[in-house]
Write a protein of this length. Structure first.
Length: 222
């Protein structure tokens, strides 16, 4: 999952980036509003974390602009001011949630997970695909009642496919949402990870859950 952070306090942006990367998210950062607006409109983000007080273009203006152009990416706004007026105007402008600074990192994580679920129509933090169970809060995977150990990258790919279950996901789409641009991209990186996950969740079972689509992609389907 790919998250765009628009925040001019560099130390805060960098700490959040580091923490989220450790959780397996791919992070883009914009340190001012102009860059943030450009990236929000051009990068394939799954969630945007948007500070309100920003140099050049403020967060509220960015939010209004991207909603006007039809970008529906969930937006979590950050504000230093815990004022009702900020919250109301932010929500009116199309923000999905709010977090007042300073915040605990765990709370940010919980909000991100909630936004992800809401956006994908997943009701709980657990996704079931046949007898495969993905617990997104605990980041645990089981199939047929047995725990399956995945590396952070394998987990990130499987979780993303689970959130988008029953949908055809092209290699390009998966690459855009799961890998850093600086990650030296071999076009078959997705295939490599899919093979590893298949070995862990599908190999010992008759019913396969990961389907290869003719042409270009994959689908997770029960
Ligand atoms: Ca700021």
């Amino acid at each position: 999952m790919r998250i765009l952070i628009v925040e001019d306090e560099r130390s805060l942006a960098d700490i959040v980036k580091k923490g989220l990367e450790e959780e397996g998210y791919i992070i883009d950062i914009a340190y001012n509003g102009e860059e943030g607006l450009y990236m929000a409109e051009n990068e394939p983000s799954d969630i945007i974390i948007l500070d309100i007080m920003l140099p050049v273009v403020d967060g509220m203006t960015i939010l209004k602009r991207i909603r006007k152009t039809g970008i529906q990416t969930p937006v979590l706004m950050l504000t230093a001011k815990d004022t009702v007026i900020d919250k109301v105007s932010g929500l009116d402008s199309g923000a999905d949630d709010y977090l007042t600074k300073p915040f605990f990192f765990d709370e940010l994580l919980a909000r991100i997970r909630a936004l992800t679920r809401r956006n994908s129509g997943v009701k709980s933090s657990t996704i079931e695909i046949g007898d495969l169970v993905i617990d997104m809060a605990a980041r645990e995977v089981r199939r047929g009642g047995k725990d399956i150990l995945l590396s952070p990258r394998e987990y990130a790919l499987l979780e993303y496919m689970a959130i988008n279950k029953n949908k055809a996901l092209s290699r390009t789409f998966l690459t855009d949402h799961l890998y850093d641009q600086d990650f030296n991209l071999d076009s078959n990186v997705i295939d490599v990870f899919i093979n590893r996950i298949r070995n862990k969740i599908d190999r010992r079972f008759d019913k396969k859950l990961i389907h290869t689509l003719r042409g270009s992609g994959y689908m997770l389907k029960g």
